[in-house]
Design a protein around this ligand. Sequence first.
Ligand code: HEM
Length: 532
Amino acid sequence: MATKLESSLIFALLSKCSFVLNQTNLVLSLLAVTTIYLITSLFFWSFPGGPAWGKSIFLRLTCKTGTVIPGPRGLPFIGSMSLMSNTLAHRKIAEAAEKFKAKRLMAFSLGETRVIVTCNHDVAKEILNSPVFSDRPVKESAYSLMFNRAIGFAPHGVYWRTLRRIASNHLFSPKQIKRAEVQRRVISNQMVRFIEKQSGYGQEGLCFVRELLKTSSLNNMMCSVFGQEYELDDQDHVELREMVEEGYDLLGTLNWTDHLPWLSEFDPQRIRFRCSTLVPKVNRFVSKIINEHRNQTGGSPRDFVDVLLSLHGSDKLSDPDIIAVLWEMIFRGTDTVAVLIEWILARMVLHPNIQSTVQKELDLIVGKSRAVEESDVASLKYLTAVIKEVLRLHPPGPLLSWARLAITDTIVDGRLVPVGTTAMVNMWAIAHDPHVWVDPLEFKPDRFVVNEGEVEFSVLGSDLRLAPFGSGRRVCPGKNLGLATVTFWTATLLHEFEWEPLNDNGVDLSEKLRLSCEMANPLAAKVRRRRI
Ligand code: HEM
């Protein structure tokens, strides 16, 4: 829209120039155009929310008192890019919302992109549950990495609904989650053996848990999705780990060209280049697995690849679509789980009394004579409360990872939000809001412990005071699978080992927001065997 306005201004100016353009006139004309461009840009920039909002409000002439959404102007042309290119974007946005008294709804500009963000749970519900926000803004990297053909970035419509239905029936249904129990147990045994080995089989040893969790989580998804089993120290999947890391980095980076189209020719962050290097590798890797499945004959589907290959009629997917869907599952299911377990263990190291309460519960329900089974998990009420409290203080997606897009003009919290606006929910700010949570900065799992007859707090998206998996049509479809994995593996790691700080410095809780928010410095802890 802006470009249209600017070019019509230029044409208008040139059409008035009936005289022959000699060199001086050309220079003068260019100067005049530049001046007009600068003046209009500064004019747009002067609106609350910055340049992108200025343009839209001005063009729509809807700047009535009361309809303007407050927010930072940022810098001319680029708006508030610095808010989002920060590794603590969730905290920076919360600070800005406080400063502009815009916790319910704040506007800001990312270059030419209009953004709204809420730090309020009522407004979050309005956004996430509205059909108007059932699309996602597509990033160039998501397109390049084929994610527009997978669930997360597919536009809301028949294709997206088909994919969600297939995934819900064949990957995320209670029956499928139960079926994958064996593989989760095999991997949890591998983790226990690996930690013992890493710590030198002694009674006490050092544990760097991040790599272990990421590899275990990747192996788990590889088994569910591709039916492939790996050992933790297998070298075969090093290439796959690198591909997942690279994709993660590319999707998690704020790409300036998504918001400043005039930069796109230059690819200044080399994101397009890196995507174009990654995609053939992913294609090769996944195609090989698909072909292996095609060559196997008969039998009922054993994994998600078999399911996708067996689809018929209108559900049938092309090979590129299958690759996109499979790749996304590996990609989404790996880091979220690993990041959350690392935060839980960090909190356990930091709060030994809470760790010992979890372990007392484990000893009571499971006992020390055997390992934890998944059937024990439903009785581990205190552990469940601990996981919810960690989700509150350290939601893996503090800004819910992937934003939403307004597909029509709409009203949010009484204010006009034009079509094409990106909408974000700051779940981290909501979960830290003193008006919602008593002592919000304290780690108090007891707040989630329910007495007989009381209703448990659900973190699955019905109560927006804490909805780390999002809510509404685009809510995370892997939430039950993710929680089942996190709870069982955490129970095992706390049942088998005592977790202690490495030194008197305790644990560094600094955060780093990529696509998920992980510990800035990987957790290192001393572990001691509890069950011999
Ligand atoms: C602790 C674990 C996890 C967390 C915290 C988490 C969080 C999220 C969040 C916040 C969203 C965006 C929701 C929204 O816009 O309302 C999301 C979407 C999604 N998640 Fe998860 N997730 C987790 C595990 C998983 C797993 C295990 C899988 C798959 C194997 C998965 C697959 C997806 C997909 C495909 C979407 C896109 C849904 C759509 O756009 O329709 N997630 N997740």
